[in-house]
Write a protein that binds this ligand. Structure first.
Ligand code: ADP
Length: 484
């Protein structure tokens, strides 16, 4: 049963809103009709039977009086002519049969003339003799009405039930009007269904028109005919969908712009070393009898430019890797102290060359679930920057700490600092505060973008405080356990 229900629910057509609206309108508008139909017909039947019972009972009671007046029960053999005529008139009128039963339960009169002399002991007859009054019941196509005949017996003063009169009247006329009404009701009902069908069909299409408009507009944007915003204001809902879509469109435009800017930045950055190399090579070729030292000097410059080109490409590849999804994360529990020590060891020679002192302060042993390659790259970039943008005889301090949820790595330096208004831009790709200085010391402007992406992939944060001429502090905060 539940499987069948699941199958029905999966049916594509039933998932359509217009089909649902159609069904709801059909159900809601036809059900009251059916209820009214059956309610009214039922009441009609009960009412018609009651009216008939009352009518016949009145007639029978009048006749009963006559019976008593003419002492009909005592004169069993011949009966009274007047009463007999009245009895047959009653049975003809209602297409029925009248029986008169005496106190011995013997039928003394039957308008059909077939049961006279027989006994009749039925529940209603007995009730009449017990003094419980008139009764009635429905048997198949007949209504049976019993009325007690009350008269004085001999010398006694009070009245006594001396016999019972039972009339069985046909329900044919009631049934005929019932059937007529029933057929009219069915016709009206069918008419309602046909009209509702038309209305439901129209409404289910008409009400959903605005949604078609939205789909059409989105499709136009999708197929590239236009990139205009969507405004379908027919419903609040369509307006909301339109707004959401427009916001998405806006985001996509921003992304597209930034992609284009990135591509042009990349081309520019990659072209710069090439231009330098071309100038160097051309100037060598333009001269004749160039001394060997000059060749050496120029070729050294060319080799430097090749190194630079190489570094830009390596950084770009690293950045691309960092902008992929979390599926590319290769996390495992790592000893953070060891990782930082290794980074500082590797950067030691560079620091020594720049005459910068490297200090590592570990406040506790930290183990965390991280992607080692990505995190190493992130910390290396920060420490390398701290060395690069330092002063002669300066220092770089790396402090590792943790609480029960996060570990923090603070990298501070005594360097040149970053101007306050530049801080918000430093994570942008290819952004450098002092382009020529950064170039001189081998910066590509990609380092902090790589760091930030690596940190975000670990669901961490990176913050910076800096004072020009005094130094900079980067603080990285990463959850101890990786949340995918
Ligand atoms: P780059 O390859 O030029 O170092 P980054 O993305 O690593 O590129 O850094 C962007 C810019 O932020 C740098 O050009 C530099 O101007 C500034 N910056 C980064 N770290 C520091 C620091 N520790 N001290 C001063 N300036 C810094």
């Amino acid at each position: 049963m539940s499987k069948l229900w699941m199958k029905i629910k999966q049916l594509k057509v039933l998932r359509s809103l217009s089909v649902r609206i159609f069904c709801i309108i059909m159900i809601v508008s036809t059900i009251p009709g059916w209820i009214m139909h059956y309610g009214i017909m039922e009441r009609y039947m009960d009412n018609a039977i009651n009216v008939r019972v009352n009518e016949v009972q009145t007639q029978v009671k009048i006749l009963a009086d006559h019976l008593i007046t003419y002492n009909y029960l005592l004169d069993k053999d011949n009966g009274n002519e007047v009463v007999n005529a009245e009895l047959s008139q009653l049975s003809n009128l209602y297409d029925g049969r009248v029986l008169i039963i005496d106190s011995d339960f013997e039928i003394i009169k039957d308008t059909y003339g077939i049961s006279e002399g027989k006994m009749l002991i039925s529940e209603n007859v007995v009730k009449c003799f017990k003094g419980q009054g008139a009764g009635s019941r429905v048997i198949e196509n007949y209504i049976e009405i019993t009325v007690p005949l009350e008269g004085k017996v001999a010398s006694q003063e009070e009245k006594k039930v001396v016999g019972v009169m039972q009339a069985s009247v046909s329900m044919d006329t009631i049934m005929a009007s019932y059937e007529y009404l029933e057929s009219r009701a069915v016709i009206i009902q069918l008419l309602i269904i046909v009209i509702t069908f038309g209305i439901a069909l129209f409404l289910s299409r008409f009400l959903l028109k605005p949604f078609d408009k939205i789909t059409e507009a989105i499709n136009e944007v999708k197929s590239g005919f236009t990139d205009e915003e969507i405004h379908v204001t027919d419903y609040l809902e369509t307006e909301e969908i339109g707004d959401a879509f427009n916001q998405l469109l806006g985001r996509m435009k921003v992304l597209d712009d930034s992609r284009q800017e990135f591509v042009s930045n990349v081309s520019h950055e990659l072209k710069t070393p090439l231009t330098s190399m071309k100038v160097l090579a051309d100037s060598l070729l333009a001269q004749e009898d160039v001394p060997a030292e000059l060749y050496r000097e120029f070729l050294t410059d060319i080799a430097d430019e090749i190194d630079r080109e190489n570094k830009i490409i390596t950084d770009l590849l690293a950045l691309v890797k960092m902008t992929r999804t979390s599926a590319d994360m290769n996390v495992e529990p790592m000893d953070i102290n060891a990782i930082l020590e290794l980074i500082l060891k590797r950067l030691g020679p560079i620091a020594a060359r720049a005459n910068v002192k490297l200090v590592f302060e570990s406040r506790r042993k930290v183990s965390a679930v991280i992607d080692e390659v990505k995190m190493t790259l992130a910390f290396s970039n920060l420490v390398e920057n701290a060395i690069k943008y330092n002063v002669d005889g300066g220092w770089v301090k790396v402090i590792l700490d943790a609480d029960h949820q996060y570990f923090t790595v603070e990298i501070s330096d005594s360097g040149i600092g970053i101007p306050q208004e530049e801080i918000e831009h430093i994570y942008e790709r290819f952004y450098r505060v002092d382009k020529s200085h950064s170039r001189e010391i081998g910066g590509t402007g990609l380092g902090l973008a790589i760091t930030r992406n690596a940190v975000l992939m670990h669901r961490g944060t990176v913050t910076v405080t800096s004072e020009e001429g005094k130094g900079t502090t980067f603080t990285v905060k990463i959850p101890l356990t990786y949340i995918g």
